[in-house]
Design a protein around this ligand. Structure first.
Ligand code: A3P
Length: 286
């Protein structure tokens, strides 16, 4: 089935079938706790990577002794995982603090405690260039539909054509620009995938400072070392969650060059220029 046909619309955004209207109606009033740490992302921009780093920091700081896999077990708050019986937000309600919360919601549909955080709530927002995000989502989508027993893959041709207009949790530009409005709010930390790839140690230092935990230099270095793609992949591959096992694919910048045709690349460039020029957001594509 085409991806477009699987999606449904809610207040101007597109959602996969694992997200229901009932959930979206309920989430604005979801009870956020003062010590929640949130990763608010467009899918495939580095959500699991950030989550792992935050979990490692909290463990090193003695704030939790749970594994990343058990902290992440509810999955994104708006989704019911393949093996789950309830959407993430209902499972989160039963989790002990400090909770690590993931959401792919656009800002205006997110819980108020995340879109307008108070007190100590921390929100990390990863961002990634849209060409690599599209390629990553394309491969992930096809892996997931296979897990669901659907046999006909979506073609890259069709996926690339739809990405800029009809994509899960999109439109991409509106999703990114919505959260980007919070760039000067101290409850938020924006991190670009490409910057993290180029200098992971600085990114980890930034996150440690943002979370206001005290860790020595060698612990921070150890966390950065353990969070490279090669060192993290085995943890993701061995996760109990099927969705997480499908996450660690290539982990590089510029994989889009292996699949985009010159025409597709040009169409993305025109769209990117139109949507992001003058917004203050610039992405590295290599
Ligand atoms: P690719 O499909 O391009 O390999 P998300 O966690 O938001 O679903 O994002 C998944 C993307 O992040 C995948 O991209 C995955 O490989 C990449 N990723 C996961 N862990 C990573 C790491 N430690 N370093 C770099 N990229 C990582």
């Amino acid at each position: 089935m085409s991806m477009e046909k699987m999606l449904w619309e809610y207040k101007g955004f597109c959602f996969p079938p694992g997200v229901t209207k009932e959930t979206l109606d309920a989430l604005p009033s979801f009870q956020v706790r003062d010590d929640d740490i949130v990763v608010a992302s467009f899918p495939k921009t580095g959500t699991n990577w950030l989550f792992e780093i935050v979990a490692k920091i909290l463990r090193a700081a003695g704030k939790t002794d749970s594994s990343a896999d058990s902290l992440i077990s509810p999955g994104p708050m708006e989704i019911k995982l393949l093996t789950g019986t309830r959407p993430g937000y209902l499972m989160l309600a039963d989790m002990p603090s400090p909770r690590l919360v993931i959401t792919h919601l656009p800002i205006h549909l997110a819980p108020k405690g995340i879109s307008k955080p108070q007190n100590k709530v921390k929100v990390l927002v990863p961002m990634r260039n849209p060409k690599d995000t599209a390629v990553s989502l394309y491969h992930f989508h096809n892996k997931l539909i296979k897990l669901k027993g659907v046999t006909d893959n979506v073609s890259w041709e069709e996926f690339a054509r739809n990405f800029t207009r009809k994509v899960p949790f999109g439109p991409f530009d509106e999703h990114i620009l919505g959260w980007w409005q919070m760039r000067d709010d101290p409850h938020f930390l924006f991190l670009k995938y490409e910057d993290m790839k180029k200098d992971l140690l600085s990114a980890v230092k930034n996150i440690v400072a943002f979370l206001e935990v005290d860790l020595d230099e060698s612990t921070i270095k150890g966390i950065a070392e353990a969070s490279t793609f090669t060192n993290m992949k085995p943890d993701l591959d061995n996760s109990k969650l099927a969705e997480r096992q499908a996450v660690a694919r290539k982990g590089i910048i510029g994989d889009w060059k292996n699949i985009f045709t010159p025409e597709q690349s040009k169409a993305f460039d025109t769209w990117y220029e139109e949507k992001f020029a003058g917004t203050g957001i610039t992405f590295d594509f290599e």
